[in-house]
Design a protein around this ligand. Structure first.
Ligand code: HEC
Length: 144
């Protein structure tokens, strides 16, 4: 054993292995970055989408909801809510406008935020944008 795995061989395995995985790491990093423009749908970011994102942050939607898996588990995933609501920004806006749900005992309900029509449109456009990010089909089902 000691004749096969002598010091020189061990050192070569160490350096060779390090180099191999360093190159693999750099290659995958490059590949990931090269694919971002296509995957993250950045061409679809309009001023309205950006405004929706700001409203999303200022109103702490993530304090109750997840967005593509990140966030709190109190309320439904919203990464695909636009699709869940039949690809309709009108339905998304109508839902946010109509909260809180009345007359359903013990149901978790979303608060009323009193958004203006422009703000509702911006939020709906932001959620539409998010639903069109290429996530390799995540979330796996339409319920979120
Ligand atoms: C205090 C917790 C809370 C906050 C903050 C909150 N929501 Fe909600 N949201 C809920 C709950 C609970 C539901 C599901 C129950 C319901 O109200 O019908 C919901 C449902 C939704 C739905 C419908 C999801 C579905 O599949 O039915 C949308 C769209 C939505 N919220 C958008 C937002 C947006 C946009 C914000 C930020 C401006 C936000 N929510 C902030 C609690 C919250």
């Amino acid at each position: 054993m000691s004749e096969v795995l002598n010091k020189t061989v061990a050192r070569n395995i160490y350096y060779g292995g390090s180099l191999f995985f360093l190159l693999l790491f750099l290659g995958l990093t490059f590949h990931t970055n090269a694919n971002f423009p296509e995957r993250d749908n950045r061409g679809a970011i309009t001023e309205q989408v950006a405004q929706g994102k700001r409203l999303w942050e200022e109103n702490n939607c993530i304090g109750c909801h997840t967005l593509l898996g990140e966030g709190a588990y109190f309320a439904p995933e919203l990464g695909n809510v636009y699709k869940r609501f039949g690809n309709s920004t009108e339905a998304v806006k109508a839902f946010i406008k109509s909260r809180p749900a009345q007359g359903i005992p013990n149901r978790r309900s979303m608060p009323q935020f009193n958004f203006s029509d422009d703000e509702l449109e911006a939020l709906a456009q932001f959620l539409k944008y998010v639903s069109e990010i290429k996530t390799a089909n995540w979330p796996p089902n339409i319920q979120g």
